[in-house]
Design a protein around this ligand. Structure first.
Ligand code: GLU
Ligand code: ZN
Length: 489
């Protein structure tokens, strides 16, 4: 239908912040951003906050912070500004009123005085006779007298768009040729009785005024496209200036139902709190419904920008797989330098009150990190792993106590204590050789039995980072004291 060839690409991400951004929103944002970066175009960020009953400042700030955290920088929008602002729809209400009034004047729109009860009665009749639901056009051509009567009755009016007969067609970059018969696109409300604009009006007006060239968004919005195109027509936009649409397939949960709180963690805030890296989330979401044409599972943001094209977006729904995301996160964590790893880890340790952040603690954390970098899939696992190094009142986990109190364990611990005491150069290699010689070679124990008791005695848990390295970090004095204490249990 239209082309923007030769024009600089401008894509927008336009969430309605009525809750935390979720995985589906973020995948849309990521594709928008990647497309803008790939084409050297502009990435515009707009907040669709006209539904004042559901949008809060907290959600708006959260949306802004989430994009920043993910590294999806925008060229026009909140905080950065631009030539087409303001970028919060709540600050553009005059613009929508202006256009609604113009549509009335052009007779593209009209006042509808129907009451909610009357509209419900229409729907009821349609249901009963198996007709497609929707407004029946009752107020399309009211006479001045009818209008005067309605006003006298005290009825409030909404503004409705007049849908002409016929159909709307457009080419969707992902789904191909689309046609919507207007029989199924009834006259729709542009402005509520209280004067506030509806999404369809605001989104269409803004996409035109902000000179958006491409609309990449979720498939759930596909059916509102003919209405938005109707608004472009009423604005007298030239065909070649219509934005091009690309509707992204749904992200499904593991059970093939639409992804929701029920079948997957959907809020990005949750991933952040769990300790997922933004690059891992972006990497995973990028490959959810898109691929560069090979079967790679890892890619950097730079590669995404280089390779992203809308043509390679899959038209069938993509399935969300938490295990895959965890695996990617683990890989990205292992690829961090120790200093990067430290910077990511510290907030988790401080938040869980394992450390307060003194230079001594930070140095010890830094020394301990290499032994856990291979072992974690998310940062929230770190506090439990390093707790043993920092506790003031060391205690063995309740369900592990029995494993150090039986006579076999006592024997192991007594022997271990004696050997470890002799060590003059306390290091994981000297600890390992002392324990292997005394417990495995001389007592003939299995490593799991022998080291298990020592592990619980020194770290308090049967799950810990590698034992000898952990004991080296803990130090000779504390290690021996903990073994002695276990022997008194
Ligand atoms: N604000 C709309 C939403 O979050 C999306 C607007 C659009 O992408 O067209 O559902
Ligand atoms: Zn009406």
């Amino acid at each position: 239908m239209s082309t923007t060839e030769g024009k600089k690409v401008k894509v927008r991400f336009a969430p309605s912040p009525t809750g935390d951004l979720h995985v589906g929103n973020i995948r849309t944002a990521l594709f928008d951003w990647a497309y803008a970066r790939h084409t050297g175009g502009t990435f515009l960020f707009r907040i669709e906050d006209t539904d004042t009953t559901r949008v809060t400042d907290e959600y708006i700030n959260d949306a802004i912070d989430t994009l920043k955290w993910l590294g999806l920088d925008w060229d026009e929008g909140p905080e950065v500004g631009g030539d087409n602002g303001p970028y919060l729809q709540s600050q553009r209400l005059d613009i929508y009123s202006y256009w609604a009034a113009k549509f009335i004047e052009q007779k593209d729109a009209y006042y509808c005085y129907c009451t909610p009860e009357e509209l419900e009665a229409v729907r009821e009749a349609q249901r009963a006779s198996n007709q497609a639901p929707g407004y029946n056009g009752r107020c399309r051509d009211l006479t001045p007298d009818q209008v005067a009567d309605f006003i006298t009755e005290g009825r409030a009016a909404v503004i409705r768009m007049r849908m002409p007969e016929g159909e709307t067609t457009f080419t969707d970059l992902i789904r191909g040729e689309m046609a919507f018969d207007h029989k199924f696109v009834p006259d729709f409300v542009l402005v509520r009785a209280d004067g506030s604009p509806l999404y369809t009006l605001a989104v269409a007006v803004d996409d035109i005024l902000m000179k958006v060239t491409h609309i990449l968004r979720g498939e759930d919005l596909l059916s509102s496209t003919p209405r938005q195109i109707r608004v472009y027509q009423a604005m007298h936009v030239a065909l070649e200036d219509y934005p091009i649409f690309a509707h992204l397939p749904f992200v499904m949960g593991a059970d093939n139902a639409k992804l929701s709180k029920r079948n997957g963690e959907v809020s990005i805030a949750w991933y952040r709190d769990k300790g997922f890296l933004p690059e891992a989330i972006c990497n995973y979401l990028a490959l959810l419904g898109w691929s560069p044409g090979d079967d790679r599972e890892e890619l950097t943001m730079k590669e995404l920008c280089e390779l992203f094209t809308v043509e390679k977006v899959n038209s069938s729904p993509a399935k969300f797989d938490m295990k895959k995301l965890e695996a990617i996160n683990g890989d990205k964590i292992r690829a961090l330098t120790i200093d990067e790893f430290l910077q990511w880890s510290l907030p988790f340790l401080i938040k869980s009150k394992i450390i307060s952040g003194t230079p001594y603690e930070i140095a010890l954390v830094k020394a301990a990190l290499p032994i856990i970098q291979e072992r974690i899939t998310m940062f929230s696992e770190i506090p439990a792993m390093l707790k043993f190094l920092f506790v003031d009142n060391f205690e063995i986990e309740a369900d592990s106590i029995s494993k150090v109190t039986d006579s076999g364990a006592k024997n192991v611990l007594t022997r271990a204590h004696r050997e470890l005491e002799q060590i003059t150069n306390w290091s994981h290699t000297s600890i390992e050789s002392a324990l292997r010689t005394s417990l495995i070679d001389e007592l003939g124990l299995k490593p799991r039995i022998a080291f298990g008791a020592v592990r619980i005695a020194t770290t308090g848990s049967s799950i810990s980072p590698p034992l000898f390295e952990s004991m080296e970090l803990l130090g000779k004095e504390a290690s021996l004291a903990r073994i002695s204490a276990a022997l008194t249990l």
